[in-house]
Design a protein around this ligand. Structure first.
Ligand SMILES: Cc1ncc(COP(=O)(O)O)c(C=O)c1O
Length: 364
C-alpha cells in the first residue's frame, strides 16, 4: 500500500494544506531580524520571554505563571513528574489521550478512569469515587473537543469539578490544546479562568493551531509551581528551543495565528461534517457524538465488532484507525478513534467505505 493510497484516520495532526508554511517562513525572517541575540542564545528554561508574555496576556495571568515548553506533552510530563508519586491516585477520563495515560501508568500512578458523557466527564461518577474514599493527587481533564471522544465539558460541570477539587484537595490538570479549533457554538471559559482557589494547572499548545513541528506548548499555573518546574527544566535541557518559540511569537503578534485558526477550524469543520455523513451512509449501525470542534470523532460499534480484528482488517484495506482500547486501561473493545484532521474532505467518504468493508469482513 503506498502512502498515497493509505487513508489515515490515525494521527491527530493537520494535513499540510492547512499549515501556513509561507506565514511561518515570513515569521522566521522577522524573528531573526527583530531579535537576533534572543533567538540565537540559550535563553532560560521558562521559554522565550516575549512569547511567554503573549501567552500570559492571552490567559489573563502574570508572565511568571507561564512556562513555555517543547510541545505540551512535555508540559504534561513536567507536571506529572512534579506532582505524582508512585502509588498516588490519579483520575483520568475514560477514554483519554493515550500518551498521558501511558506516562501516568509508567510513573506508577493508581489510575481511576471516570466515564465520559456527551457533555464531558461524568462528574456524578467522580463524586461517588471521591465519596468512596479515593483521594486523587490530580484529575487530568481535556475539556474541549476531547481527545479521543470529541466531547466538550459543559459550563455546569466545569463549576462542579472546581468545587470538587477544592473540597477534596486535588489539582485539576486542564489539558486544553483544542480550545481554539471550534466549528460551532460559543467558547466556554477555561477552568483556569474560573478558578479562584488555585486548584487548576492548565496546558495548551501551538501544535493544533499552527503545526506540530514547531513543538511549542506551555504550562500555566501558580508562580511557585512554575518556578519549581523551571528549575528541573534547567537541569534537563538548559532551555527549550528559542528559534521555534521566537517564530511562533512573530506568528502570534502579526495576527497570522488568527488566520491560521480560522483556516484550520473551517477545514476541520467541513471534514467532521463529511465524516459524520459518511458514517451515517456506510455504517448506520454505529453511534457517535458529532464534535463541535477539535480533531477527533469517537465511534462505537455493535458488540459483535471487535476492534482487535477490525483495525488490522481496515489496515489491509488501506485505512488506518486507532483502537478504542488504546485510550483506557480496560474496555474500548468496540470503539475506534477517527481523526479527521489529516484527511482531506474528498478522501473521507472513500475511507469510511473501506472501513465499512472491513466491518463486514470481521462480522462475516
Ligand atoms: C490532549 C492532548 N494533550 C497533549 C497533546 C500533546 O500535544 P503537543 O504536540 O503539544 O505535545 C495532545 C496531542 O495530540 C493531546 O491531544
Amino acid at each position: 500500500m503506498t502512502a498515497e493510497q493509505l487513508i489515515s484516520f490515525a494521527r491527530g495532526a493537520p494535513s499540510l494544506d492547512i499549515v501556513d508554511v509561507e506565514g511561518l517562513k515570513a515569521a522566521a525572517v522577522r524573528a531573526f531580524d527583530a531579535d537576533p541575540a534572543g533567538v540565537t542564545a540559550y535563553g532560560t528554561s521558562v521559554g522565550y520571554p516575549p512569547l511567554r508574555k503573549w501567552i500570559a496576556e492571552k490567559h489573563g495571568v502574570e508572565a511568571d505563571q507561564v512556562l513555555v515548553t517543547n510541545g505540551s506533552l512535555q508540559a504534561d510530563a513536567f507536571l506529572f513528574d512534579h506532582l505524582v508519586r508512585r502509588g498516588d491516585a490519579v483520575v483520568v477520563e475514560r477514554p483519554t489521550y493515550d500518551r498521558t495515560l501511558l506516562n501516568l501508568q509508567r510513573m506508577g500512578g493508581e489510575i481511576h478512569g471516570v466515564g465520559i458523557e456527551p457533555d464531558g466527564l461524568d462528574t456524578a461518577e467522580l463524586r461517588k469515587l471521591l465519596e468512596s474514599g479515593v483521594r486523587p493527587r490530580l484529575a487530568h481533564v481535556i475539556p474541549n473537543y476531547q481527545n479521543p471522544a470529541g466531547v466538550t465539558l459543559s459550563l455546569d460541570k466545569r463549576r462542579e469539578l472546581l468545587d470538587l477539587a477544592a473540597e477534596y484537595g486535588f489539582t485539576i490538570f486542564e489539558d486544553d490544546p483544542y480550545a481554539d479549533i471550534r466549528f460551532r457554538g460559543e467558547p466556554l471559559p477555561s477552568m483556569l479562568s474560573m478558578d479562584t482557589r488555585g486548584v487548576v494547572v492548565h496546558a495548551s499548545s501551538f501544535t493544533k493551531t499552527v503545526c506540530p513541528g514547531v513543538r511549542v506548548g506551555y504550562l500555566v499555573g501558580p508562580a511557585s509551581l512554575i518556578a519549581d518546574i523551571a528549575k528541573s527544566a534547567t537541569s534537563l535541557y538548559i532551555s527549550p528551543g528559542m528559534v521555534a518559540q521566537a517564530i511562533v511569537h512573530q506568528f502570534c503578534v502579526s495576527g497570522d495565528i488568527q488566520r491560521s485558526i480560522a483556516t484550520v477550524s473551517s477545514a476541520l469543520g467541513e471534514r467532521a461534517g463529511v465524516l459524520a455523513e459518511s458514517l451515517r451512509r456506510h455504517l448506520p449501525e454505529v453511534t457517535f457524538v458529532e464534535p463541535d470542534g477539535g480533531y477527533f470523532l469517537w465511534v462505537e460499534f455493535p458488540d459483535d465488532v471487535d476492534v482487535d480484528r477490525l483495525a488490522p482488517a481496515a489496515a489491509e484495506r488501506g485505512v488506518a484507525v486507532v483502537k478504542g482500547s488504546d485510550f483506557m486501561v480496560d474496555g474500548g473493545r468496540h470503539a475506534l478513534r477517527l481523526a479527521f484532521s489529516a484527511v482531506t474532505a474528498d478522501r473521507i467518504d472513500e475511507g469510511v467505505r473501506r472501513l465499512s468493508e472491513a466491518v463486514a469482513a470481521v462480522r462475516g
